[in-house]
Design a protein around this ligand. Structure first.
Ligand code: HEC
Length: 102
């Protein structure tokens, strides 16, 4: 019993760890922002490289987003997304231009 529990913990870590490590916020961004911002969706595609890091840092704080998405995007989600947007902004080392294809 103990052994199978240990085994399942090891197995689930093996399954979860690579994706958790690769997750730099892009999956939250894709799931949450991408639900509206997608080609043919209710809003045009957005990408981190659309704006400079400092702009992303202020965008949501200052309430610039035209639509209230608080029902689907938690504060924690948004914080992770903003970090991701800043890390891959236009003026970052790794600008992300087409995470959501245009
Ligand atoms: C409920 C749907 C919805 C969600 C979720 C959503 N948006 Fe939007 N967003 C819109 C709409 C509608 C507009 C205005 C129309 C447009 O820009 O296509 C907009 C506009 C924007 C704009 C302005 C576009 C411009 O050209 O300046 C940005 C930037 C933006 N959203 C980023 C985001 C990010 C980042 C997220 C995820 C945290 C997000 N949005 C989540 C619907 C949404």
């Amino acid at each position: 019993m103990k052994r199978s529990l240990a085994l399942s913990v090891v197995l689930s870590l093996a399954i979860l760890a690579p994706s958790a490590m690769a997750d730099d916020g892009s999956s939250v961004f894709l799931a949450k922002c991408g639900s509206c911002h997608v080609k043919g969706g209710q809003a045009t595609p957005v990408n981190p490289a659309d704006k400079a890091s400092v702009v992303w840092g202020k965008y949501f704080k200052r309430g610039r987003h035209p639509v209230d998405f608080s029902a689907t995007v938690s504060g924690d989600d948004l914080a992770a997304i903003v970090e991701y947007l800043k890390d891959h902004a236009a003026d970052s080392d790794q600008p992300a231009v087409a995470v959501i294809p245009k």
